[in-house]
Design a protein around this ligand. Structure first.
Ligand code: ZN
Length: 410
């Protein structure tokens, strides 16, 4: 499949020259105006970007300046944009436009400018063959979003293909775990299982998770039913295979964490209690900071941290309201998908945590670099430059580094 070359997203509102068609685009073109690559594709304006008129002669594609481009001096050639729905190859676009009185040179020029601005997709014909109609229709917003977010030129096909090949096991089926499982399934992840040995209680219920009918029944089975309601094609049965990613939403389980580290299974820690939601770290064993790395860093700031940690158990009820659970689950799912998609920047939960403290409702990131003494090996890897940098601990938007709690005299 030919596609627009990977390029930086168009983040500027680009005005194409006022006298005739003249291109000034953000970034490299990557596609010849009438070259072989263009001829081989069925160009379509990226789904989610609307053609809008700025004035009689200027067509803007997209609304937000961070996505939009504008073409000035189009004249009759503006009609070419209406032909770019993925149903015609470039030659057919040219011949159809010619029937409207638009010269081939002008049509090719418009195609080239749109392609170089990153707003054209190669129509993903193979994806349409691979996905059943109902699934293609349901995933259309995922495809459109991925195509814009990652500046892919394949209509999101690569992203969906990765999700369709992924297996995620979610540990814990409480308010957060059940939501994460359904979010990932709805986003196109083909296999999502949930590991939880408990039964549903009223405090587990959540709009995207367990329901009233699940109360008293196994939470695992309730999550599978919740997944089937939104994504019936998703495989929820767990045959014990090693997942591509584990999401840890339940009580901390030292044995499970040790097994994940031993088997080199990437895992994402998620929790919300004490009216604080925390997503991360995303642990790639031996590459990014593990949970022990984080604890060792915390212990350096608070001598009593290991003792405190040893006494922690799950509070009942947890101080995690419905909206905090949903917000935490949504961001955790986003980080999981960022890892699975493997495009764009490295997930920010690697070597860090994203934290939401109520009542501020503002996500902040804390940096947790691999600890040099931890036996997970990420510290050594970081020292040799194999772990990507994640910015300094004092970069903008960072939460204040934690330490001992504020002292109160009795
Ligand atoms: Zn470690």
């Amino acid at each position: 499949m030919e596609s627009v070359c990977r390029r930086e997203p168009v983040r500027r509102h680009v005005i194409i020259g006022a006298r005739g068609l003249r291109g000034v685009c953000a970034g490299d073109g990557g596609m010849s105006v009438a070259g072989d690559s263009m001829c081989a594709m069925k160009p379509a304006v990226k789904a989610g970007l609307q053609p809008l008129w700025r004035d009689r002669d200027t067509l803007q594609i997209g609304v937000d300046p961070r996505r939009a481009i504008a073409l000035t001096g189009l004249g009759k050639a503006a009609a070419v944009v209406s032909l770019l729905d993925g149903s015609r190859d470039a030659a057919e676009v040219v011949s159809t436009a010619r029937a409207y009185g638009i010269p081939p040179d002008a049509t090719n020029r418009v195609l080239g400018l749109l392609a170089s601005a990153g707003v054209l997709n190669d129509f993903p014909a193979h994806l349409h063959r691979a996905l059943p109609e109902y699934l293609r229709a349901r995933l259309a917003p995922e495809l459109a979003c991925a195509s814009l977010a990652y500046a892919d030129g394949d209509g999101g096909a690569r992203t969906i293909a990765r999700r369709r090949a992924a297996f995620v096991r979610v540990h814990g089926a409480g308010r957060i775990g059940a939501c994460v499982a359904t979010f990932l399934a709805a986003s196109g992840v083909a296999r999502v299982s949930c590991a939880d040995g408990g039964r549903t209680v009223p405090a587990d219920l959540a709009p995207a998770g367990l329901t009233q009918a699940d109360i008293g029944h196994a939470r695992e089975a309730g999550v599978a039913r919740a997944i089937r309601r939104i994504a019936p094609e998703v495989q929820t049965r767990d045959d014990g295979a090693q997942p591509d990613l584990a999401v840890l939403t339940g009580a901390r389980d030292a044995e499970l964490i040790a097994a994940l580290m031993r088997d080199r299974v990437p895992h994402l820690a998620v929790k919300a209690d004490e009216a604080i939601g925390i997503v991360g770290p995303l642990v790639e064993p031996g590459i990014s900071a593990c949970l022990r790395c984080v604890d060792m860093s915390k212990a350096e700031r608070d001598d009593a941290w290991p003792l405190i940690l040893a006494q922690v158990s799950t509070a009942s009820p947890q101080a995690c309201d419905t909206v905090l659970a949903a917000a935490t689950a949504a961001l955790a799912s986003a980080q999981a998908l960022a890892y699975i998609d493997g495009a764009g920047p490295r997930p920010v939960a690697a070597n860090g945590t994203l934290e939401l403290v109520l009542p501020e409702w503002q996500w902040r990131r804390r940096t947790w670099p691999p600890h040099p003494v931890c036996t997970c090996g990420a510290g050594t890897a970081a020292g040799t430059g194999t772990a990507a940098g994640t910015g300094s601990a004092t970069s903008g938007g960072e939460a204040a580094a934690g330490g001992e709690p504020r002292a109160r005299s009795a």
